[in-house]
Design a protein around this ligand. Sequence first.
Ligand code: URA
Length: 231
Amino acid sequence: MRLDKFICKSTSLSKPQALAAIHDGEVCVNGEIAQNEAMQVHENNLVTLNGSRLKARPFRYLLMHKPADTICSNIDERYPSVFNYVAVENVSELHIVGRLDADTTGLVLMTDDGRWSYNITVPSKQCEKCYRVGLSRPIAENVAALFKRGVQLQGEDTLTRPARLEVINPQEVLLTITEGKFHQVKRMFSAVGNRVVSLHREKIGAIQLDVPQGQWRYLTDDEVASFGDAQ
Ligand code: URA
């Protein structure tokens, strides 16, 4: 991780304060005064601030059940931020792993570990996200085959990746996708002449939503490891 981030994660200093400490020569890495805030440091480097060793706080991994009319951003805008529901210290260090629209409910993952969240969001890792979708009209018979093959979304160069559709009843389906284009689920149904009237994320990889709306919990070690490569 970058040196300035490491300092923020191991002290109560803000980023500008961490930068000032580096520029004032107060920070050493392996006995040498650090010159560059962007240098990469790891747990096994000896990082000191005014002679005291710094140890970064462990990464945090949470899930929450997002209510409708909340937004996946750090700032309250038209609706309150989902971060208002999470009572942990230094909540501003957390980011959302795959945002949901304001009117979408369900499973949201949060972390301060960028490498871990990359594994979940990058399409090449094919991490499955499962959505329960309410539709304005009965699902047509050919949609499962179209989604399996991929559909063309407006403004995109490539077809959507193969997706799995399971019909619960004519106007309620489960859709599993492995990518996260902007408004992807709504645009996929629009591309086949239907309209999403309710959207709820139930599952990401092996993690199933299991807390009531507005509640959160830390992930277990096994859940964290299920996406591989956590730091
Ligand atoms: N796809 C959407 O259209 N909206 C979401 O919130 C998530 C996936």
